[in-house]
Design a binder for this molecule. Structure first.
Ligand SMILES: *Cc1c(COP(=O)(O)O)cnc(C)c1O
Length: 360
C-alpha cells in the first residue's frame, strides 16, 4: 500500500488513524455484527454515535447551551438557500463578497429578498479581505453574511466584521475546527464536512436557538426548515449515518491532538513552512496579501502557465497530488487541512526547491 500526499481542497485528506479505525470496524461495529452503513438510524448503536459526536463537537468548540448543533445534508450550497429562507424576516441581508462561495450565497439570497453587497474584494481577484470595521450595514438587515475562509482564493478573515449588532452568519467549510472560535459572536456557523472534518455528504450547522423558529419564508419546504431538524435532533429523516460516524471519529482524533488550540499552533507552523518558502523563492509566489493569508488553502503561481503545468505534472508523479489551482484562478493550490501531516508540507517544500533549482 502506498498513500500519496493529498493536497485536495475537498473532499480532502482524512487522518490515517481515523481511516484505519473505520476499516477495522467495517464488518462488525462494536459487536453489533454489522457495519455502521447497514444500521438503523434509530438503533441504540447509532444514537450513541450521533450523541457522542455532538458532545465532542460541543466540547471542542465550547458551544454554549443556547446553540443547537444540526447534522444536515445538501452540501454548503443548500445552506445558501436555507439561511435566507429561515432568517430573512425583514427580507434584507448584507453579504460580504470575498470569493466565489460568498458570491454564490449572495446570488442565491437574492431569490428571497434584498441581498446587499456590503463589501467585496472582487476588484483584485479576491486576493485580500476588505476592511470590515465600518461597513454600510443596512438598519433592517436580518443578518450579515461572510465566508470566513475562502477555499479557492486562500484568504481568511483574521478579525470578524463589525456587524453593528446584526446577526453574523458564517460559512466556515474550509476552516472548520482548524482553530478555536468564539461561537457566541455568531448566529449561524455552518460548513460542509468534506474539507476539514469528514467525508462529503454532511453539513454541520451551529445555530443560536432564537434564530430557529416556525416563522420562515412562505413556501419553505419542511426539510429546509431548521426547526424541523432541531426538534428531531437531526433525525427527522435518515441522515448521512456513515458520514456522521466518520465526523465523530475525527472529533475524537482532534481531542487526542490536544483540541483546537493545539490544532491552531500546528496549522500555523505548517502554513509558515510553505509561506516562508513562497516569500523567499525566485520562482514561486503566493497570490494573497500577507495579512489575509489562509492557514488552510495556499494558492501560488510561477507566473508562467507552462511552468505551472510542468510543476503540477512532476509533483503528481512524485506523489504530491491535487495541487492544481481551482479552474477559475489557475496556478497551484495546496490545501493543508488538519489531517495533512507537517511532513507532507516539508516534503512538498523540498520538492519545490528541487524543482526551482532544476528549472531556473
Ligand atoms: C466547498 C465549499 C462550498 C461548497 O460546498 P458543497 O458542499 O459542494 O455545496 C461552499 N463554501 C465553501 C467555503 C467551500 O469551501
Amino acid at each position: 500500500m502506498s498513500r500519496v500526499y493529498n493536497f485536495s481542497a475537498g473532499p480532502a485528506v482524512l487522518p490515517e488513524e481515523v481511516l484505519q479505525e473505520a476499516a477495522a470496524e467495517m464488518l462488525d461495529y462494536k459487536g453489533t455484527g454489522m457495519s455502521v452503513m447497514e444500521m438503523s438510524h434509530r438503533s441504540k448503536a447509532f444514537e450513541d454515535i450521533i450523541h457522542t459526536a455532538e458532545a465532542d463537537l460541543r466540547e471542542l468548540l465550547h458551544i454554549p447551551d443556547n446553540y443547537k448543533v444540526l447534522f444536515l445534508q445538501g452540501g454548503a450550497h443548500q445552506q445558501f438557500a436555507m439561511i435566507p429562507m429561515n432568517l430573512m424576516k425583514n427580507k434584507v441581508a448584507d453579504y460580504i463578497v470575498t470569493g466565489q462561495w460568498a458570491k454564490k450565497a449572495w446570488q442565491e439570497a437574492q431569490k428571497y429578498g434584498t441581498a446587499n453587497k456590503a463589501a467585496s474584494s472582487e476588484d483584485k481577484t479576491y486576493s485580500y479581505i476588505p476592511d470590515c470595521s465600518d461597513l454600510p450595514i443596512s438598519p433592517d438587515a436580518d443578518y450579515v453574511y461572510i465566508c470566513e475562509n475562502n477555499t479557492i482564493y486562500g484568504t481568511k478573515f483574521k478579525t470578524l466584521p463589525n456587524t453593528k449588532g446584526k446577526t453574523l452568519v458564517a460559512d466556515v467549510s474550509s476552516c472548520f475546527l482548524s482553530e478555536p472560535m468564539d461561537v457566541e459572536k455568531y448566529g449561524v456557523i455552518y460548513g460542509g464536512a468534506q474539507k476539514n472534518i469528514g467525508p462529503a455528504g454532511v453539513v454541520i450547522a451551529i445555530i443560536r436557538e432564537d434564530l430557529i423558529t416556525e416563522d420562515v419564508l412562505p413556501g419553505t419546504p419542511t426539510m429546509l426548515t431548521y426547526k424541523t431538524h432541531a426538534d428531531a435532533e437531526s433525525l427527522y429523516n435518515t441522515p448521512n449515518c456513515y458520514g456522521i460516524y466518520m465526523c465523530g471519529k475525527v472529533f475524537q482524533w482532534l481531542k487526542k491532538q490536544g483540541g483546537l488550540g493545539a490544532m491552531k499552533e500546528h496549522n500555523e507552523k505548517k502554513a509558515k513552512i510553505l509561506y516562508d518558502y513562497l516569500d523567499e523563492s525566485a520562482m514561486f509566489r503566493g497570490t494573497v496579501e500577507p495579512a489575509s493569508r489562509s492557514l488552510m488553502n495556499v494558492p501560488f503561481v510561477t507566473g508562467d502557465k507552462n511552468l505551472d503545468a510542468k510543476f503540477i505534472k512532476e509533483a503528481t508523479e512524485a506523489g504530491f497530488v491535487n495541487l492544481k489551482g481551482h479552474r477559475s484562478v489557475g496556478g497551484m493550490r495546496a490545501s493543508i487541512y488538519n489531517a495533512m501531516p507537517i511532513q507532507g508540507v516539508e516534503a512538498l517544500v523540498a520538492f519545490m526547491k528541487k524543482f526551482e533549482k532544476e528549472n531556473a
